[in-house]
Design a protein around this ligand. Structure first.
Ligand code: HEC
Ligand code: HEC
Ligand code: HEC
Ligand code: HEC
Ligand code: HEC
Length: 180
């Protein structure tokens, strides 16, 4: 369910009017309402390989940044190179169909086209690095990933989601912190 241009303009005008009279909270609520509306209509396609976080981050207890290595140093967390998977899966579970699929990608030198699940609009500035170095845990934004059979966003990435925590944590809430 996408907003059309007229609705977006109306929303923007309403939001700016609210800011003008100082109702910052109202903007946050508006953002939250919009986001929930958006997540409800979202259907994510299946991943090309049924990768279980429950096994790797759960049972095996692998740290998140082993596979998402850029979370500490860059804006994006990144997904792992196949070589990381194959360091284990050249030997482990080679009889399993999903691992045979994985091995085919590896042999064909074709990257796995993982379906991207979390994505902010282009006009938002976000950086993992700033949050990880401020000790904000993955869990705070992504929920209990190690226990998820299939990773899904736990909440829509609305402005309310960002600003609510920024207020609690005394992080900046000026518009230009996040709006490019
Ligand atoms: C063995 C490697 C591995 C480990 C360890 C791992 N992940 Fe992942 N992660 C992946 C792969 C592969 C994907 C893409 C497929 C998928 O979504 O399941 C992914 C996807 C994700 C996504 C969704 C990204 C998107 O598209 O928006 C999040 C969030 C995530 N991981 C968080 C975590 C967290 C938090 C931990 C630690 C608790 C963790 N991962 C541990 C390999 C790993
Ligand atoms: C540290 C070693 C290690 C690494 C690295 C690793 N895995 Fe695994 N993986 C395992 C083990 C152990 C299992 C459980 C095997 C079993 O149940 O027999 C497993 C299970 C799986 C399964 C489930 C197989 C099934 O059908 O039961 C998939 C799919 C998988 N891994 C994909 C990946 C991918 C993709 C990566 C890279 C992003 C990766 N693994 C990295 C050790 C690893
Ligand atoms: C402050 C909230 C927050 C925290 C903490 C956080 N993330 Fe994210 N994550 C996001 C947002 C927002 C996006 C979407 C970013 C975008 O579209 O630019 C995202 C996207 C991702 C993605 C997919 C896209 C990418 O950036 O490569 C992965 C994988 C991921 N996060 C893993 C992690 C892991 C692992 C941790 C902990 C080390 C972590 N995140 C901590 C909010 C967070
Ligand atoms: C769970 C808490 C939490 C959530 C959720 C969160 N942040 Fe933050 N954010 C922080 C903290 C804490 C800092 C302060 C980091 C520091 O002091 O360096 C921060 C800092 C930032 C900064 C750097 C600000 C600066 O000028 O130093 C940006 C940009 C930012 N966040 C954007 C976002 C966006 C966009 C979202 C939503 C998608 C978001 N944040 C969600 C806690 C959070
Ligand atoms: C901590 C980050 C953060 C701060 C600070 C912030 N915003 Fe946002 N804002 C967002 C995010 C993330 C979205 C995208 C929400 C979505 O896609 O649902 C957004 C969306 C919006 C939108 C809707 C735009 C559209 O076309 O969908 C308006 C209007 C807006 N913000 C105004 C403001 C104003 C005015 C301020 C300052 C009072 C502000 N924002 C401060 C993160 C922030």
């Amino acid at each position: 369910m996408a907003l059309n241009e007229a609705q977006k303009k109306k929303l923007l005008r309403a939001a700016l009017a609210m800011v003008a009279v100082g109702y910052f909270g109202a903007v946050v609520l508006l953002g939250g309402a919009l986001g929930i509306w958006r997540l409800e209509g979202t259907h994510y396609p299946a991943q090309p390989i049924a990768f279980p976080h429950t096994v790797h981050a759960g049972e095996l207890g692998m740290v998140c940044t082993f596979c998402h290595p850029y979370a500490e140093t860059a804006r994006s967390a990144g997904v792992p190179a196949l070589s990381k998977c194959m360091a284990c899966h050249q030997q482990i579970a080679t009889e399993k169909p999903e691992i045979q699929k994985l091995t085919r990608y590896w042999e064909d030198r074709e990257p796995v086209a993982w379906v991207r699940l979390h994505a902010l609009p282009d006009f938002i500035y976000f950086s993992h690095k700033r949050h990880i170095s401020a000790d904000v845990d993955c869990f705070a934004c992504h929920g209990p990933v190690a226990a998820m059979a299939e990773v899904r966003p736990i909440r829509p990435l609305t402005m309310g989601f960002c600003v609510t925590c920024h207020k609690v944590r005394n992080a900046p809430t000026d518009c230009w912190t996040c709006h490019l």
